[in-house]
Design a protein around this ligand. Structure first.
Ligand SMILES: [Zn+2]
Ligand SMILES: [Zn+2]
Length: 756
């Protein structure tokens, strides 16, 4: 006979872990107890015959619940005491034993709950917030640890007798499910007009669905915040929604009734189907089908559309009495502010925007936007890592004893904590350009530190002196007395890629819109040699004038003017397009004068080159959302061919771009636009690839990586991969972490861990 004490670290609270331990302990006829610890870990004590204890320990690892993760088990053996008569789940112990355990992300409604939702005989028939130990919100409802109902936003709902009976019954699938509720005791839903009057309906959710179909805009409260919803067939409400959201062109996410519905307007390959139905239930960017029948206003000028499937009973029920296959379902966030999560705030901010509100009365502890992913070339790329993923950790190859933080850059910010070889990233915070997002980042970061119980010894931040995140890191440094480590933006991207793939050295290609360079210039098309001890810029795109600085980002014609400054055709060409400049002819004249003065800041940004191509072929003259001109080039290139097949122009470590832009300019009108867009992207990928391959050969490095926001571009990534692999080298891309700026905090934390 023996007694074993196991302390399990990982994602083991809120995923049905204690009921699972109970089942395998009792199946092995062991006595003892299991309980949650105050650090999100779980403690187990079992007593019984040696063989049974051993079998129990094997099953603990092998048969764990699907949404759990075991990172570490500390086991101690002692002689049996005989103090137990049975195996029990006991009250949580609030003490912390480990640091680094973490509660799970939100989990989409499971098959069993969905079946019960639709079963007339089930007592949760049509209960919109049906959940069990395997599914439901987690991260968004947890205020503090250990994960027990009194420390979640479910504390406002006392369980009824029948729910309590399920909660304490070890044979019930809601045994110790903290979100257990029913229509008698759980959160309730209400439909309100935009002046706060309750709509008299016995069926508010389906009524909301009917209103959407009828052309109304409805604000819908979900698990992690409010969505703005509308029809996907009618253009009027979408246009109205765009106007009020100040999003003239930005693609809007939609929610499809089910997989089959998604296939009616989009192409879905097996990996995309897997992502759509995964328990994270992200928004997946899908190619529009030929004969796409939804409103073009959903993602104007793009070949793809962001689609997700229902992830709560409420979402599923919205479609019950409508013919529409999908609804627009976009985050309700005022410009530059985080997603709205409180009912009062929603009314204050949205009553002029929407016609109705579909709200429930459960508070949201942590706001959390939907995640966005894309699949191509057989791999999944995270664009926004948030609901369904955060705060579950990813592995990071850094010294195990390091504990560091990264706070991101300026756009698509997250914070990231690295501890014990794992990286815990916050949900998507957004562009930290207003006080609201700045406050949100602070709160989300401190919440993450509280959940993990970590105290970082250093914090990595951007080199840019004026970013809010820089200020945040400096404040943390002062308050906590920890080191602040400035990390160049693109170095952070490449360091993250290395740590994700556990590499010792790499030639990294990092392409995006903007990052503050080591020399203070605007970088964004960089080739970097990185090892575990440091990074060096070994190549870059040809620097181009950025006339008017940030204005050149907003108005791509300014980039064209800079790149083609010596072209005799430029002046007439710009004048023909003067209506696309806010100040018309006067502005064109100023631009030409500035160019002649020679006093113009330069940029090596790859994003800006794509922007110029976008303007030359007439796709985008004003950028209304991040990445718009480049995304439109990508969409335009679909189905195109490399008609120009331009030869890369490498001058030492500088990758020429002007010649390509001039060729595109010259050939407009001679070839279909899609072939020109394709040729431009092909050139960018092949020339970057050749430069990196040459550098890798010089350095004797076997791996080439690609990261930065341009890595979301399918054609560029696939062409680059082919160029690299043709040379027998290994090609690496970011998979567990976004290659765009949402992953910068990860790279900063990694760099801080390597340096400190
Ligand atoms: Zn369930
Ligand atoms: Zn109940």
């Amino acid at each position: 006979m023996t007694r074993a004490r196991l302390v399990v670290k990982g994602i083991v609270q809120g995923v049905g872990f204690r009921p699972f331990v109970y089942r395998i302990a009792t199946a092995n006829k062991l006595v003892g107890f299991v309980r949650n610890l105050g650090d999100a870990g779980v403690e187990v004590i079992v007593e019984g015959p040696d063989a049974s204890v051993s079998r129990f320990m094997v099953q603990l690892q092998a048969e764990r619940p699907p949404t759990s993760a075991i990172h570490q088990i500390d086991t101690t053996f002692q002689p049996e005491t005989g103090e137990f008569k049975e195996f029990r789940i006991v009250k949580s112990n609030e003490s912390r034993v480990h640091i680094g355990s973490v509660i799970p992300p939100d989990i989409a409604i499971c098959e069993n709950c969905l079946r019960e939702l639709r079963d007339r005989r089930d007592r949760r028939f049509e209960y919109f917030f049906i959940t069990c130990t395997d599914c439901g919100p987690r991260y968004t409802i947890i205020d503090a640890l250990p994960y027990d109902r009194p420390r979640t936003t479910m504390k406002d709902f006392d369980m009824c007798e029948r729910c309590s009976a399920e909660y304490v019954n070890p044979n019930d699938r809601r045994f110790h499910a903290q979100t257990v509720a029913c229509s008698d005791c759980g959160p309730s839903v209400a439909l309100l007009t935009n002046n706060g009057k309750r709509v008299d309906s016995s069926d508010p959710i389906r009524e909301a669905g009917r209103l959407l179909e009828g052309g109304h805009i409805v604000a819908i409260k979900g698990n992690g915040g409010f969505h703005l919803a509308s029809s996907t067939l009618l253009t009027e409400p979408i246009v109205r929604l765009r106007r009020t959201k100040f999003r003239l062109q930005k693609p809007l996410a939609i929610m499809a009734r089910d997989l089959e519905a998604a296939r009616s307007f989009a192409e879905v390959d097996p990996n995309e189907a897997r992502l759509l139905t995964s328990y994270a239930r992200p928004i997946v960017l899908l190619r529009k089908r030929s004969g796409f029948h939804l409103s073009e206003q959903i993602s104007p000028g793009l070949h793809n559309i962001g689609v997700m499937l229902p992830y709560t009973g409420l979402h599923s029920m919205l479609f019950d009495e409508t013919k529409e296959q999908a609804f627009v379902m976009t985050s309700a966030n005022p410009p530059e502010e985080p997603i709205i999560k409180d009912n009062k705030d929603a009314f204050d901010r949205l009553r002029d925007v929407v016609d109705y509100f579909l709200v429930h009365n459960r508070l949201i502890s942590q706001r959390c936007d939907d995640s966005v992913v894309r699949s191509f070339d057989g791999t999944t790329t995270l664009i926004r890592r948030s609901r369904g993923y955060a705060p579950a950790p990813v592995s990071a190859a850094v010294p195990r004893d390091a504990c560091t933080l990264g706070v991101g850059g300026q756009l698509n910010v997250t914070s990231c904590l690295v501890h014990d070889g794992r990286a815990y990233m916050t949900q998507h915070v957004g562009d930290v350009e207003t006080l609201q997002t700045f406050e949100f980042q602070k709160e989300a970061t401190h919440h993450l530190l509280m959940l993990t119980g970590c105290r970082p010894e250093a914090v990595g931040r951007d080199l840019h002196p004026l970013f809010s995140t820089t200020r945040f890191a400096d404040e943390l440094g002062k308050e906590e007395g920890i080191r602040v480590i400035p990390v160049q933006h693109h170095y952070a991207h490449v360091a993250g890629l290395m740590a994700e793939h556990d590499l010792n050295e790499i030639v990294g290609i990092c392409c995006d819109g903007y990052g503050y360079g080591e020399d203070g210039a605007a970088w964004g098309g960089e080739i970097i040699f990185a090892t575990r001890t440091g990074q060096k810029r070994i190549g870059h795109l040809e620097p181009q004038p950025m006339i008017g600085g940030d204005l050149a980002t907003r108005y791509p014609l300014r980039m064209v003017a800079g790149i083609l400054r010596d072209d005799p055709r430029l002046q007439d060409w710009l004048l023909e397009r003067q209506t696309h400049f806010p100040h018309g002819r006067k502005e064109v004249d100023t631009i030409l004068t500035q160019l002649r003065s020679g006093k113009v800041p330069l940029t090596t940004s790859c994003g800006r080159v794509l922007d110029s191509v976008s303007a030359i072929i007439g796709l985008c003259y004003e950028r209304t959302y991040e990445g718009e001109p480049a995304m439109k080039v990508e969409s335009c290139a679909v189905g195109g061919k490399d008609i120009l097949n331009l030869k890369p122009t490498l001058k030492g470590n500088v990758v020429g771009m002007s010649s390509m832009v001039r060729e595109i300019f010259t050939n407009v009108g001679r070839y279909p636009l899609r072939d020109l867009a394709y040729s431009a992207q092909s050139y960018i990928a092949r020339s970057l690839g050749e430069c990196a391959v040459a550098a890798a050969a010089d350095l004797g490095v076997k791996s080439i990586g690609f990261t930065g926001g341009v890595a979301y571009n399918e054609q560029i990534t696939c062409t680059l991969r082919a160029t690299v692999e043709k040379e027998g080298l290994r090609f690496l891309a970011s998979e567990a972490v976004p290659p765009g700026d949402g992953g910068v905090s990860f790279g900063q934390a990694v760099m801080a861990a390597m340096i400190s």
